[in-house]
Design a protein around this ligand. Sequence first.
Ligand code: ZN
Length: 473
Amino acid sequence: MLAVSMTLPGIALPAGDEFNLPSLGDTSSSIMSRQQEYQLGRTWLTMLRGAVPTLDDPQLKSFVEDLTRGLAETSQLSDRRLAFVLIDSPQLNAFAAPGGVVGVNGGLFLHARSEAEFASVLAHELAHLSQRHFARGLEQQQRMQVPFMTAMLASIVLAAAGGGDAGFAALATTQAAAIQEQRRFSRQNEQEADRIGILNLEKAGYDPRAMPDMFERLAQLSRYDTTPPEFLLTHPVSQSRMADTRNRAEQMAGSGRTDSLNFQMMRARVQLKYEQSPGLSAKRFRALLDDNGGEHAAARYGLALALSRGGEHGEATSTLAPLLEATPDDLTVNLAQIEIDTNAGRLAQALERNRRLQQRYPDNFPLAFSEADLLMKQQQYAEAERAINRLANQRESDPDVWYLAAEIRGLAGNILGVHLARAEYFKQTGDLQQAGQQLDLALQRAGGNFVVSSRIKEQQNELQRQRELIESL
Ligand SMILES: [Zn+2]
């Protein structure tokens, strides 16, 4: 939420003494206050969401959020208000940005072989946040911080002005500029993020050796790939970097977690998404399952989903059955059965299972989202609306929730509600113009209802402040 209009003195003009702004408590704050950094980062996130395709799978979102929040608990991060975005790309990448923004590409699931390897990348990214590598105004780092922030500001302005393709192009340019700057200046930051990240990885209960393992995997990628993924451009894996983290991990002699079945099942979901067709995925999962004498839970899970998405409902059910029998209360396995039942048109059965699970896992996001969706599909619109409204209260900055809310409210005939949900959706995806139009329509609909009208006017004012903020950049 952008509560007040603000200016960012000096940032757009990276020259000389203009950076000697009053310090707000510590030396790190001399360029930009923490609050400014937070607001800037969150605004940038909404623009990013509008400019790149994102993954809306509630289970993948929930997995990344829970894992990262777990890592944050044992990290040096003082402000733990995190916001997440999953980018729909099979390329390996993860990033952290000011304002506690954590981004993960679908490709990270494909390239990390274990939960600990996946976590090692996020621990590294959280260390960039906790060390405030973006805004730290220490003398020797000034030169490197400013271009990134300037590039970020420029992308916000351009995305706001252009929207659509122009915004996307601006963002791509921004990233390229930021990457160049990082390559030139950030070796020190990278080393620090490795060192702090690996300590946190162990503290959070993971085997620290996962970090050098992941780096070796990255090094292999850069050896065989002519176009290395973005992450490698900003994180070149040198021999010394691998040796450093390997030594550190060995000295820790930790014996933490390496993997989980849940991670492997999430990984199977992502593989299924990026493989050409459910049929080809089914073939691959079946081969993996056969190679392991039928004892490979993640392959079984992936096969069941691939069959279901390919329309083989009976075989999907019988494939998942042994998993469901072995772990009758497992959330992920049950959600797979819910998906199979839904695809087969067994909506009542799916809803019944969903509600049974909600007693065991109250306030679980993927379950709540699935319940609203199932109620909508069963044309129980009033109940679906109650379910999605509860969820929107819990996840007010999640555009996917507002998207479904708009759809459900439309079917329920709540036109005022549709406009309000669309306004939120556009706000969260950086399209302030359309958000404003939806609020205008909502205000017309509200008619003489004073309470509703004044609430909408409040939202219009907030939107106006956000516009002024962007214009002031
Ligand atoms: Zn890094």
